[in-house]
Design a protein around this ligand. Structure first.
Ligand code: AMP
Length: 367
């Protein structure tokens, strides 16, 4: 996810996918206009990239000219006006191709084509790299299209949001701000169970570091073997290892709407690393939502869970008490870290499952 001015954007098309769309456009133009010595007329500013790439792939003689149309609204093409029509090539009797980066309602290209027709070209064609067929509403035929795309606001590859983003080699689409939440609480507070429910409800990606470690143990990986030696004793896996693993998990879903972090961070160093990781993605932790449960309830719950799940670290009351004491020593102070930023929200973690989900949802809704 990237931030441009006040808006957030997520990856939409890779440079390779864009290049394929240009190839498609170039194929059609090469096929039809090989011996026409066309004049490609680009609409500034957006079309400069597609113009450069398209004409490089045009295998015959051609000329290139530009017109400027300025957009008066940041995120839509309504209100676009043609500012100047000074083409320094005589278009009379020529095959003219208007080259657009994107056509949505078609207002600009329609108006331009009317104006260019007054120069009496032999033929006038429209070529656009991207077309939004859902909103295009003109009679004018778009002769050549690189790729049809959905009606979303995109930036990159020549296209801007309020003048920024044109230089991005990939295409990005507008999205909501990420909602990244730390679901907090001692072992046995019910974080995993509630995270599974909340991820569905809010469309977030759930990352449980404990689950990732257990997955690695089950599959006999090097990481699993290392983690097991700490987990079996109820100790924390070293920060360096955990932070690296967490970063890799986050990278797996670059277009996530947000994450529920469950079991991470557990130390001061992890909290700082998480802040840095999210800052590098122009986002942050929206809040820490904590399940508050008394120790004796926790021990009882964990022993029950151990019987049902067979989890080694839940089966032994000594290990359970060690985990709770590690929690109070190393993890619980993180409450202050987030409270200092006004991001701590505590919730009563004792009650029915639905009841607790409702309590957590009240806090999630506010973030
Ligand atoms: P959990 O499933 O969250 O209760 O985690 C089980 C065990 O995995 C913990 O007792 C730790 O040994 C290890 N673990 C999970 N998350 C972390 C973390 N963020 N930092 C260090 N160790 C962790």
């Amino acid at each position: 996810m990237i931030k441009i001015h006040d808006l957030y954007f997520k990856p939409f098309l890779t440079a390779t996918q864009i290049s394929d769309a240009v190839d498609n456009l170039a194929y059609q133009v090469n096929r039809d206009l090989a011996d026409k010595k066309p004049v490609f007329v680009g609409i500034l500013n957006g079309s400069y990239m597609v113009m450069a790439d398209l004409t490089r792939k045009f295998k015959h003689d051609c000329e290139v000219a530009f017109l400027r149309a300025s957009s008066y609204e940041g995120t839509s093409s309504t209100g676009e006006l043609v500012e100047s029509l000074n083409v320094d090539v005589d278009l009379t009797g020529r095959t003219v191709v208007i080259v657009e980066d994107i056509v949505d309602t078609g207002l600009t290209v329609d108006m331009l084509s009317r104006k260019l027709l007054k120069h009496n070209p032999a033929a006038l064609h429209i070529a656009t790299l991207f077309l939004k067929p859902d909103v295009y509403n003109r009679e004018l035929k778009i002769d050549y299209v690189g790729l049809n795309i959905e009606n979303k606001f995109v930036v990159g590859y020549g296209m801007d949001y309020d003048n920024l983003g044109r230089n991005l080699p990939e295409l990005y689409v507008q999205t909501q701000r990420m909602k990244n939440i730390v679901l907090f609480g001692p072992p046995g507070a019910g974080k995993g169970t509630q995270a599974e429910r909340l991820k569905e409800k809010y469309g977030l990606v759930h990352i449980s570091t404990g689950d990732v470690f257990r997955y690695n143990i089950k599959n006999g990986t090097e990481l699993g073997t290392l983690a097991k030696s700490f987990m079996d004793k109820g100790n924390l896996v070293p920060d360096e290892v955990t932070i690296k693993m967490l970063s890799a998990e986050v990278e797996k879903t670059p277009d996530a709407a947000g994450f529920i972090f469950d079991g991470f961070p557990r130390t001061d160093a992890q909290a700082k690393a998480l802040d840095e990781l999210l800052a590098s993605k122009d986002t942050e932790i929206a809040g820490m939502v904590a399940l508050e449960v008394d120790d004796e309830v926790l021990v009882k719950r964990l022993l029950e869970r151990g019987k049902a799940s067979g989890r080694a670290d839940d089966a032994n009351e000594g290990v359970i008490r060690d985990r709770i004491s590690v929690y109070y020593k190393q993890t619980a102070p993180l409450k202050d870290y987030y409270a200092a930023q006004d991001k701590y929200h505590g919730v009563d973690g004792v009650g029915g499952l639905d009841e607790i989900t409702d309590r957590l949802s009240v806090e999630f809704d506010k973030l």
